[in-house]
Design a protein around this ligand. Sequence first.
Ligand code: AMP
Length: 195
Amino acid sequence: MMLILFGPPGAGKGTQAARLVARHGFAHISTGDMLRAAVAAGSELGRQVKAIMDRGELVPDELILALVRERLQQPDCARGVILDGFPRTLAQAEALDRLLAELGRRIDAVIALEVPDEVLLSRIETRIRETGGARSDDNVDTLKRRLEVYHQQTRPLLDYYRRQGLLYEVDGTRTIEEVARAIEDVLARIGRAGG
Ligand code: AMP
């Protein structure tokens, strides 16, 4: 099973990914989490990406693809994978297709969480209040830039996957439970929830 959780920053991808991991035992590949771990570890990669992330811009495709290529070949990815925050550009999507062909795998579904920008902005304001800005890219200016980048570079991927018949859209403004149920419905429809 290979699932892409797609959507703008703050749409709830991470929350839903965690539920899918708990329920189905899929491996969770969040490129944002991997990059934050690199920053926290003070590695060479972390040093290269911190400023880019803090501005809300995208990290170069090559760096992301190297991370994903290595991660996808780890044993826990054999059963099922949720890609969260990747791919984010057409070049990443095309490279993912080539990589999966190489690995003899394919994407089963792209689940897009649809949330309007106004709702995302108010969610991030709540998150900053509640966490005291624990993430260094959790501020309103960075979120606005991340939304612009999403609309310019990432949203066009919806058409890429729609054309392939892989796209399932879910209303991401509903409660966590309702969104989770809608995602389970998609898994049932594609009939691959078991493996
Ligand atoms: P996220 O937690 O997925 O919102 O990612 C946080 C930040 O990491 C983004 O704003 C980007 O700077 C960077 N990032 C994460 N995933 C990618 C990706 N697939 N391509 C480029 N940059 C990424």
